[in-house]
Design a protein around this ligand. Structure first.
Ligand SMILES: C[S@@+](CC[C@H](N)C(=O)[O-])C[C@H]1O[C@@H](n2cnc3c(N)ncnc32)[C@H](O)[C@@H]1O
Length: 199
Protein backbone atom coordinates (compact mmCIF):
# COMPACT_ATOMS: atom_id res chain seq x y z
CA UNK A 1 0.00 0.00 0.00
CA UNK A 2 1.22 3.50 -0.82
CA UNK A 3 -0.09 6.79 0.49
CA UNK A 4 -1.30 9.57 -1.78
CA UNK A 5 2.12 10.94 -2.74
CA UNK A 6 2.95 10.55 -6.46
CA UNK A 7 4.69 7.18 -6.81
CA UNK A 8 6.55 5.34 -9.55
CA UNK A 9 7.17 1.59 -9.30
CA UNK A 10 9.96 1.93 -11.88
CA UNK A 11 11.81 4.32 -9.54
CA UNK A 12 11.53 1.82 -6.70
CA UNK A 13 12.94 -0.88 -8.97
CA UNK A 14 15.86 1.11 -10.36
CA UNK A 15 16.92 3.44 -7.53
CA UNK A 16 19.39 1.09 -5.83
CA UNK A 17 21.19 0.08 -9.04
CA UNK A 18 21.47 3.73 -10.04
CA UNK A 19 22.75 4.67 -6.59
CA UNK A 20 25.48 2.02 -6.82
CA UNK A 21 26.88 3.88 -9.84
CA UNK A 22 26.22 7.41 -8.57
CA UNK A 23 28.30 6.77 -5.46
CA UNK A 24 31.29 6.08 -7.69
CA UNK A 25 30.68 9.20 -9.81
CA UNK A 26 29.45 11.88 -7.39
CA UNK A 27 32.41 11.46 -5.06
CA UNK A 28 33.08 15.15 -4.32
CA UNK A 29 30.91 17.36 -2.08
CA UNK A 30 28.81 19.80 -4.08
CA UNK A 31 25.44 20.67 -5.56
CA UNK A 32 23.77 18.11 -7.81
CA UNK A 33 21.02 19.44 -10.05
CA UNK A 34 18.37 16.85 -10.88
CA UNK A 35 16.39 17.60 -14.05
CA UNK A 36 12.87 16.18 -14.35
CA UNK A 37 12.63 14.89 -10.74
CA UNK A 38 9.06 13.60 -11.12
CA UNK A 39 7.89 11.94 -7.89
CA UNK A 40 11.09 12.75 -5.97
CA UNK A 41 11.79 9.10 -5.09
CA UNK A 42 15.25 9.30 -6.68
CA UNK A 43 15.98 12.64 -4.99
CA UNK A 44 15.17 11.27 -1.53
CA UNK A 45 16.96 7.94 -2.02
CA UNK A 46 20.16 9.45 -3.40
CA UNK A 47 20.40 12.42 -1.03
CA UNK A 48 19.89 10.23 2.03
CA UNK A 49 22.59 7.78 0.88
CA UNK A 50 25.04 10.48 -0.25
CA UNK A 51 25.11 13.04 2.58
CA UNK A 52 28.17 14.84 1.17
CA UNK A 53 25.96 16.10 -1.68
CA UNK A 54 23.38 18.88 -1.72
CA UNK A 55 20.59 17.62 -3.93
CA UNK A 56 18.60 20.16 -5.94
CA UNK A 57 15.45 18.62 -7.46
CA UNK A 58 13.73 20.40 -10.34
CA UNK A 59 11.03 19.86 -12.89
CA UNK A 60 9.13 21.92 -15.39
CA UNK A 61 6.36 24.21 -14.09
CA UNK A 62 3.27 22.13 -13.36
CA UNK A 63 5.35 19.10 -12.37
CA UNK A 64 7.89 20.67 -10.02
CA UNK A 65 5.58 20.33 -7.03
CA UNK A 66 5.00 16.59 -7.56
CA UNK A 67 7.94 15.79 -5.29
CA UNK A 68 7.28 18.40 -2.62
CA UNK A 69 5.37 16.30 -0.06
CA UNK A 70 7.88 13.44 -0.26
CA UNK A 71 10.82 15.80 0.21
CA UNK A 72 9.20 17.56 3.17
CA UNK A 73 8.41 14.25 4.80
CA UNK A 74 11.98 12.98 4.34
CA UNK A 75 13.33 15.86 6.49
CA UNK A 76 16.81 15.49 5.03
CA UNK A 77 19.27 18.33 5.60
CA UNK A 78 20.86 18.01 2.16
CA UNK A 79 17.84 18.15 -0.13
CA UNK A 80 16.57 21.53 -1.29
CA UNK A 81 12.98 22.48 -2.21
CA UNK A 82 12.28 21.77 -5.89
CA UNK A 83 12.97 24.44 -8.51
CA UNK A 84 10.79 25.11 -11.52
CA UNK A 85 13.20 24.43 -14.34
CA UNK A 86 12.11 23.93 -17.93
CA UNK A 87 15.22 23.14 -19.96
CA UNK A 88 13.81 25.33 -22.77
CA UNK A 89 13.60 28.43 -20.68
CA UNK A 90 16.79 30.40 -20.24
CA UNK A 91 18.13 31.48 -17.89
CA UNK A 92 17.80 28.38 -15.72
CA UNK A 93 17.01 29.20 -12.07
CA UNK A 94 20.28 27.45 -11.13
CA UNK A 95 23.11 28.01 -13.56
CA UNK A 96 26.17 26.68 -11.75
CA UNK A 97 26.39 23.20 -10.18
CA UNK A 98 28.88 20.43 -9.51
CA UNK A 99 27.02 17.56 -11.15
CA UNK A 100 23.73 16.75 -12.87
CA UNK A 101 21.43 13.74 -12.73
CA UNK A 102 18.43 13.10 -14.96
CA UNK A 103 16.37 9.92 -15.37
CA UNK A 104 13.95 8.98 -18.11
CA UNK A 105 13.81 12.45 -19.61
CA UNK A 106 15.62 12.23 -22.97
CA UNK A 107 12.88 10.07 -24.55
CA UNK A 108 10.10 12.30 -23.18
CA UNK A 109 11.57 15.62 -24.28
CA UNK A 110 11.50 16.68 -27.93
CA UNK A 111 14.95 16.54 -29.55
CA UNK A 112 15.42 20.37 -29.38
CA UNK A 113 14.69 20.10 -25.65
CA UNK A 114 17.30 17.36 -25.27
CA UNK A 115 19.70 19.75 -27.00
CA UNK A 116 18.68 22.55 -24.61
CA UNK A 117 19.26 20.20 -21.67
CA UNK A 118 22.78 19.33 -22.86
CA UNK A 119 23.56 23.02 -23.52
CA UNK A 120 22.39 24.13 -20.06
CA UNK A 121 24.16 21.25 -18.34
CA UNK A 122 27.44 21.91 -20.15
CA UNK A 123 27.24 25.63 -19.39
CA UNK A 124 26.83 25.00 -15.65
CA UNK A 125 29.44 22.29 -15.09
CA UNK A 126 33.10 22.89 -14.42
CA UNK A 127 35.85 21.02 -16.20
CA UNK A 128 35.66 17.26 -15.55
CA UNK A 129 32.35 17.41 -13.70
CA UNK A 130 29.72 14.74 -14.45
CA UNK A 131 26.25 14.57 -15.98
CA UNK A 132 24.53 11.21 -15.31
CA UNK A 133 21.72 10.43 -17.73
CA UNK A 134 19.65 7.30 -17.06
CA UNK A 135 17.13 5.65 -19.37
CA UNK A 136 16.68 3.42 -22.39
CA UNK A 137 18.88 4.21 -25.41
CA UNK A 138 19.43 2.85 -28.91
CA UNK A 139 22.87 1.81 -30.10
CA UNK A 140 23.82 1.99 -33.81
CA UNK A 141 20.12 2.71 -34.61
CA UNK A 142 19.07 -0.58 -33.01
CA UNK A 143 17.04 -1.17 -29.91
CA UNK A 144 18.67 -3.27 -27.22
CA UNK A 145 15.51 -5.34 -26.65
CA UNK A 146 12.11 -6.02 -28.11
CA UNK A 147 10.49 -4.41 -25.08
CA UNK A 148 12.41 -1.17 -25.74
CA UNK A 149 11.28 -1.32 -29.37
CA UNK A 150 7.66 -1.68 -28.25
CA UNK A 151 8.11 1.14 -25.75
CA UNK A 152 9.54 3.38 -28.49
CA UNK A 153 6.54 2.67 -30.75
CA UNK A 154 4.22 3.41 -27.86
CA UNK A 155 5.96 6.76 -27.21
CA UNK A 156 5.89 7.77 -30.87
CA UNK A 157 2.18 6.87 -31.08
CA UNK A 158 1.49 9.04 -28.06
CA UNK A 159 3.38 12.03 -29.42
CA UNK A 160 5.62 12.40 -32.46
CA UNK A 161 8.29 14.32 -30.60
CA UNK A 162 8.99 11.53 -28.10
CA UNK A 163 11.18 8.50 -28.67
CA UNK A 164 14.19 6.55 -27.47
CA UNK A 165 17.38 8.43 -28.39
CA UNK A 166 20.35 6.94 -30.18
CA UNK A 167 23.71 7.07 -28.45
CA UNK A 168 25.40 8.27 -31.67
CA UNK A 169 23.07 11.29 -31.84
CA UNK A 170 23.65 12.05 -28.17
CA UNK A 171 27.43 11.81 -28.62
CA UNK A 172 27.27 14.14 -31.59
CA UNK A 173 25.12 16.60 -29.65
CA UNK A 174 27.38 16.34 -26.60
CA UNK A 175 30.48 17.08 -28.67
CA UNK A 176 28.96 20.38 -29.84
CA UNK A 177 28.60 21.60 -26.23
CA UNK A 178 31.85 20.26 -24.79
CA UNK A 179 30.64 17.08 -23.10
CA UNK A 180 32.09 13.65 -23.74
CA UNK A 181 30.97 10.17 -22.77
CA UNK A 182 33.13 8.91 -19.89
CA UNK A 183 31.18 5.76 -18.95
CA UNK A 184 28.19 3.69 -19.98
CA UNK A 185 26.84 1.39 -17.26
CA UNK A 186 24.34 -1.27 -18.29
CA UNK A 187 21.41 -1.36 -15.87
CA UNK A 188 18.58 -3.88 -15.33
CA UNK A 189 15.52 -3.81 -17.59
CA UNK A 190 17.53 -2.77 -20.68
CA UNK A 191 18.41 0.66 -19.35
CA UNK A 192 21.76 2.43 -19.19
CA UNK A 193 23.38 5.08 -17.07
CA UNK A 194 25.45 7.34 -19.31
CA UNK A 195 28.11 9.39 -17.58
CA UNK A 196 29.08 12.51 -19.53
CA UNK A 197 31.89 14.79 -18.41
CA UNK A 198 32.62 18.39 -19.23
CA UNK A 199 35.82 18.56 -21.25
C1 LIG B 1 9.08 9.92 -17.47
S1 LIG B 1 9.20 11.28 -16.36
C2 LIG B 1 10.62 10.79 -15.38
C3 LIG B 1 10.52 11.27 -13.98
C4 LIG B 1 11.61 10.74 -13.04
N1 LIG B 1 12.90 11.29 -13.38
C5 LIG B 1 11.65 9.23 -13.09
O1 LIG B 1 12.67 8.64 -13.50
O2 LIG B 1 10.64 8.62 -12.72
C6 LIG B 1 9.86 12.59 -17.40
C7 LIG B 1 10.11 13.87 -16.65
O3 LIG B 1 10.70 14.83 -17.55
C8 LIG B 1 10.16 16.08 -17.24
N2 LIG B 1 10.31 16.99 -18.39
C9 LIG B 1 9.73 16.89 -19.60
N3 LIG B 1 10.02 17.95 -20.35
C10 LIG B 1 10.82 18.75 -19.60
C11 LIG B 1 11.43 20.02 -19.82
N4 LIG B 1 11.27 20.66 -20.97
N5 LIG B 1 12.18 20.55 -18.82
C12 LIG B 1 12.33 19.88 -17.65
N6 LIG B 1 11.76 18.69 -17.38
C13 LIG B 1 11.01 18.14 -18.34
C14 LIG B 1 8.69 15.76 -16.93
O4 LIG B 1 8.05 16.82 -16.27
C15 LIG B 1 8.83 14.51 -16.09
O5 LIG B 1 9.00 14.79 -14.73
Amino acid sequence: MHDSKPFSQACENNKQCILDVLRTVFTQPGIILEIGSGTGQHAVHFSSALPHLTWQPSDKPGNAQLCQARIKEAKLPNILPPLELDVNRAPWPLQVFDGVFSANTAHIMAWPEVAAMFRGVAAGLGSGQPFCLYGPFRYGRRHTSDSNHQFDLHLRNQAEHMGIRDLDDLRQLASTVGLSLADDAAMPANNHLLVWRKQ
